[in-house]
Design a protein around this ligand. Sequence first.
Ligand code: DX5
Ligand code: ZN
Length: 221
Amino acid sequence: MSKYLIAPSILSADFARLGEEVKNVVAAGADIIHFDVMDNHYVPNLTIGPLVCEAIRPHVNVPIDVHLMVKPVDRIIPDFAKAGANIISFHPEASDHIDRTLSLIRDQGCKAGLVFNPATPLHYLEHVMDKVDLILIMSVNPGFGGQSFIGEALKKVSLVRELINASGREIMLEVDGGIKVENIAAVAKAGADTFVAGSAIFGKPDYKSIIDAMRSQLATA
Ligand code: DX5
Ligand code: ZN
């Protein structure tokens, strides 16, 4: 299996046919399903919750990667774990007790992730590297699909790659926002191993040709 993972974001899927959409994207080669949860409070948009996670769970045999853009965070975590989430990530600004939230996610049997907005400093990682299983670098401001990639994110990805290597731990390094066939290799070269793509995949008629093209680009990285 390739060391790179492609994680289509269902934010850009057809919600009226979501079961079929997730099945199709996994058949097309998706490694993970990225599940964007927005609350119209932490971010100015409102999407889907644990009921939808539970509804798609039987349709896919790949991990479901829940990206929480909600505040507060803790109350909803057990609901997503019960709904079949495998990875749960949150934004440090949205939790008053980051260490506790990370432990709560792991106690529920999921991998725990911390998410960094374009202007969020990495210092939140300093005392919790042993408690994170995934670090997610946002390359857009959260809230909407289809935005343009913010180039500054590449520097941040390289810095996080160094931190992960220094930790000696296996921590996934995911990037989310504006990823396309044209820029995925540059994101991989900066040190990412997991790539979220919403509009680049679900916006197109043939998911497999896009995912294959992404993998060909990754092979050059
Ligand atoms: C944005 C979400 C992303 C979004 C990515 O807040 O976290 O996962 O769906 O969409 P694209 O790939 O279209 O930028
Ligand atoms: Zn996301």
